[in-house]
Ligand binder design. Sequence first.
Ligand code: DAH
Length: 342
Amino acid sequence: MEELKQIKKDFENEIAEINDIHNLEALRVAYIGKKGKLTLLMPKIKEMPVEQRKEFGQTINSVKNLIETNLQELKEKLENEKILNEIANEQPIDITLPLNIKKGSLHPRTSLQKEIEDVFVSMGFSVEDGYEVETEYNNFDAVNVPKNHPARDMQDTFWLDNGQLLKTQTSAAQNRILRKYNGPLKAIFPGRCFRNEALDHSHENTFFQIEGMLVDKNVSVSNLIYFMKKMLSEVFKTDINIRLRPGFFPFVEPGFEMDATCTFCGGKGCSTCKNSGWLELCPCGMIHPNVLSLAGINPNEYSGFAFGLGFDRLVMLKTGLDDIRYLNSGNLKVLSQFGVKA
Ligand code: DAH
């Protein structure tokens, strides 16, 4: 009993000194752990005379309870203090500070493509997709360029082992789209094109075009002029005049080269337009009857116009970039200046 009282006293003295969880755990082990002072006293009960056992048993139990409660209380107190301490020392976060996150921007081509699509959609056109890998038939034959036609020489491309090719022009989708609507239609189809080209500041092996078609009864060149004028004026945010010169493309008859008033000098003459006041912008024409027939459309009933906008050139005019190769370069210093910020 004396030993028990001493243990209780020692414990009370020691716990009063403790101020961290680590030491508290050591104290628990020292008293009620497997080889703790109190634990080792337990078996002694058997050695005692029977009449003392009851009192000893009760006392040892009450000391054990007291130790356990004290340990638990102090543990909770220390844990709370630790949390409060952490909160007090926390670095405050200033949510009003500007974030230094680098934002991307759209590629100037993507921005302009969206703009052009919006203009055409507002005029009732749909936006169609074309394939990048095409059949020889769709890319050439279906647009009135049969095998051995000299026009094929101007569009050398990359051929696949299976006889298919990387499309050289968005016109390759004409046949599929004509068949899809099988009658009146208004559609544009932007797309990536490929040619086996010698590269320079205005030629790339991978470039973009935006093709358009309108098919209906009694379509004429004046409809073509109206839509092109409207689109260019919206894109350049100013009234643009256009003129047509004769141009040959096997899939249109008559075919034209469309010029627009120079967007840099407004038609007065500058270095970009070589002092002519005009920029050559877009080949176009009235869809050749053969192209309609090859798609199952009766050319005596329907007519239409088509155009094939050299889209990269338009991007260059809009941004002022003087080398087409920037557009595929992935050069963010150059490109991020022009695209719409994300
Ligand atoms: N596909 C032609 C090319 O890449 C461009 C073109 C010319 C498209 C006249 C047309 C068109 O739709 O009517 O050279």
